[in-house]
Design a protein around this ligand. Sequence first.
Ligand code: LMR
Length: 396
Amino acid sequence: MFDQLNALPADPLLGLISAFQNDPSPTKVDLGVGVYRDETGHTPIMSAIKKAAKIHLDTESSKTYISPVGVPGFVSGVKKLVLSEQSAALADNRVAGLQTPGGCGALRIGAELLMRMKDDVTVWLSDPTWANHIPLLKSAGLKLASYPYFDKKTGAIDFEAMDTSLAKLGPSDVVLLHGCCHNPTGADLSYEQWQRVTERAVNQGFIPFVDIAYQGLGDGLNEDVKGVRLLSENVEEMLIATSCSKSFGLYRERTGSLLIQTKTAVQSNAALTHAQDAARASYSMSPAYGGYLVDLILNTPALRSEWEQEINTMARRVKSLRSGLLEKIQQRDIDKDFSFITSQKGMFTYLGITKEQVHRLRDEYAIYMADSSRINVAGLNTHCLDYVADALESVL
Ligand code: LMR
């Protein structure tokens, strides 16, 4: 039977990991997959996580199943981290939460929940969006469409085009929005633009589905979720997929959550039973480990403040690499304006160069990035900035 299957090409992002590892060049630079790296190129375990892991090891007394909803302190902690302690929707018990295997699990269970609606739902994705959004949502059976988002010429959002497109949507539409640090472009909505999107959602009744995977890595833990909070305060219904991969450095522990905001507490309970049912039919329940660690961090003041300091340091490092790279590019004879690098947020920037140029950077300089020319800014370090700028000058 399996002779019918031909091997598929590697995943466009994950395939870069092994390509980079197999490259013998001593000067290679990995700007591919979106993981945070320190100055030495290492993806460290956060110190708050190490401490939480020790506490957990000493206190965990059983490996029996946990509740299908997840670790309770994790789910309630994440709800407050994203929506704030003051959230009216939380106070009204209108937000159900399910721990999921990473942000991908949250997106997928959210998609399955949408498939259970009687309306013929269309999910609208930003153009461009994170490459894996498409297979994740499509394989659940959803109809997908895209709204204009990024203007390659300016390196910024084409908000007028986006708004015009949102103005045509209605109650059977779902709009996937990146909460902050847009992946792949780094171009985030301003607060005024979030206000406009919120007005559109309220007036036309489309459902926002926010993917928030980089909270704290843009302008700060609270700043980064201003738009999500604004939506939650104003719309009745929305979905939020959260991820602890980047913000807690828990990539391989697959820790995330799906938050479901509904009109009433009764509806949120009902929606949660469906989300649990979808999970049960697929992977049964989420791994617990990462949830326990995040629960400890969010609910232990000393660990929380240590984690907050760490994530602030990471965000500052990414920002300084952005200015460092721009400065080096501006010192070269490059006839292209890259000033967008410092106005974009989070780990990613779209360099706006051609696929051929991306491949030349890979083949001639061992500088790895996605074919779209998205770079993971955190993969840079102060020692390679000149090398990367020189290589860019040569391929441009
Ligand atoms: C990325 O965009 O590089 C990360 O989110 C990793 C992934 O799973 O694609």
